[in-house]
Design a protein. Structure first.
Length: 472
């Protein structure tokens, strides 16, 4: 975690993309190598100031190439953290991955003197290194040890019983698979130990330790939590759509939209719009479920030395235009799966990648990390409205006066989102796969002008996205 903080600080002060991603004369590879070396120098200075005794000699008295293992490990920590926490490092990850994208070029790598990119560590890589690692993954107790515990609809005793079962499963797995420490033997170095990294060594042995078992179980638990956080808002919105709207009956709350009305760029009847929204939400749900795999494909495409990019003015400044074959193949697989589930497909099935709309895989993956940031606040507001409505007499009178009743208010929010959050509006909107998300962004930018916006504020709504400050 210390190395992550240092990396975040180094990338925050770096001007890498500002120096490299510009039109200029001269040797560009030399400029890239110089900027990479400057980032390494900043990292070295921050590490030495943080731990002078250990880091002084290796980082001050040696060349960068002699500390290749250390620098590549620090960059890997940042990449791994971003994959696990897409809403973090928002101001610095772009510079990091663009720097690494340049570092894999042969002429840049020769100038720098070492390879900056190493494979990202995962549970799979750890298990492959350990004896009986595969047995641990196949153990039925692993399901209990990694399962999430929900409080809703359960008594306190039931929750406590699940907590005990989970703790007991973890204890049994440790006893079953972890090797006992030999009496008098030195304790193994912790993962990411600074001294070991600077010596270019790895402290991982073939035997499984209790710490390894805990790491594997905690990582799988984090993955399940990540899946729930990303998929649950999509599933809740699908439930709202199917519960409160009938595709064959528009006499109550119609979803019909017409081009030119209310900012809409599409014309859909009620049933067509219902299907359009449903398939969009189902597609997002599948993408959220495959987010880790998509991140891996994104990095593989960005860091592939055979996939060259070119600087191009896309209308939003200079961007790196690069094809993304791995991400494209996976998106086509996800799209075909959703199309087979919904039957008829409304709108275009084009996935923009490597063009002016979506210049590269990083822009693509960054767009879809916003899906839970958009849907989760809407779901939270709808869930909180009944509590707010009952909180005071004045609140009830206000809502009844403006919207007749609570149910009408909730339906108004849902109707407006399902209509104008999917109406093809926005700079590069439309009925294509990426245009649907652009329409949602456009709706979010205009929510402050909606009649029901004060009601959203009563539920604690603050916005659809976090800030960029701090890097955490």
């Amino acid at each position: 975690r210390t190395l992550l903080v240092i990396l975040s600080g180094a990338m925050y002060v770096s001007e890498y993309t500002g120096k490299v991603d510009v039109y200029h004369a001269g040797n560009k590879s030399r400029r890239m190598a110089l900027q990479i070396q400057q980032v390494c120098a900043i990292l070295a200075g921050l590490v030495v100031s943080n731990n002078f005794d250990i880091a002084r000699k290796p980082l001050i008295e040696r060349e960068f190439a002699e500390n290749a293992h250390f620098f590549s490990a620090v960059f890997e920590v940042g990449r791994r953290y971003k994959i696990l926490s897409p809403d973090k490092l928002r101001g610095t990850y772009g510079k990091l991955i663009h720097m690494l994208q340049d570092s894999v070029k042969d002429d840049v790598a020769r100038a720098v003197g070492f390879e900056c990119v190493v494979p990202v560590k995962s549970v799979a890589t750890l298990v492959a290194m350990k004896q009986r690692g595969q047995e641990l993954l196949n153990d039925p107790l692993l399901t209990t040890a990694t399962g999430e515990i929900y409080e809703s609809g359960k008594t306190r005793a039931e929750v406590q019983a699940e907590v005990r079962d989970k703790s007991e499963a973890l204890r049994e797995l440790k006893e079953k698979y972890a090797e006992k420490a030999v009496a008098g033997a030195p304790a193994p170095k912790a993962a990411g130990d600074l001294g070991e990294l600077l010596r270019g060594k790895t402290s991982e042995a073939a035997v499984m330790t209790e710490e390894n078992v805990e790491t594997i179980i905690a990582s799988i638990s984090d993955h399940l939590s990540f899946q729930r956080f990303n998929r649950e808002p999509c599933e809740r919105m699908i439930t709202f759509l199917k519960t409160y709207f009938n595709p064959n009956d528009d006499r109550g709350w119609s979803l019909e939209i017409n081009r030119g009305r209310g900012g809409s760029c599409l014309s859909h009847g009620h049933k067509t719009q219902f299907t359009f929204v449903l398939q969009s939400l189902m597609l997002w749900r599948e993408i959220m479920g495959s987010m880790f795999a998509l991140w891996q494909c994104t990095e593989d495409d960005l860091l592939d030395p055979s996939l060259r990019y070119r600087l191009c003015d896309t209308g939003q400044g200079l961007n790196r235009l690069q094809s993304a074959p791995r991400v494209s193949r996976m998106m086509q697989h996800i799209l075909h799966k959703v199309q087979s589930e919904v039957g008829s497909w409304v709108g275009l099935s084009v996935v923009h990648l490597g063009d002016r709309d979506v210049p590269n895989a990083l822009v693509f993956i960054d767009k879809y990390t916003q899906v839970p940031q958009i849907l989760a606040p809407i779901v939270a507001c709808l869930d909180k409205l009944p509590e707010v409505y009952e909180s005071s007499r004045a609140t009830r009178e206000l809502i009844d006066k403006e919207f007749n009743n609570l149910d009408t208010l909730r339906m108004l929010i849902l109707q407006d989102f399902f209509r104008h959050g999917f109406d093809g509006s926005g700079d590069d909107g439309g009925s294509c796969v990426d245009g649907r998300l652009t329409s949602c962004w456009n709706w979010c930018s205009k929510v402050e002008k909606k009649k029901y916006f004060p009601a959203l504020l009563l539920t604690g709504f603050t916005g659809f996205d976090g800030g960029f400050d701090g890097g955490w």
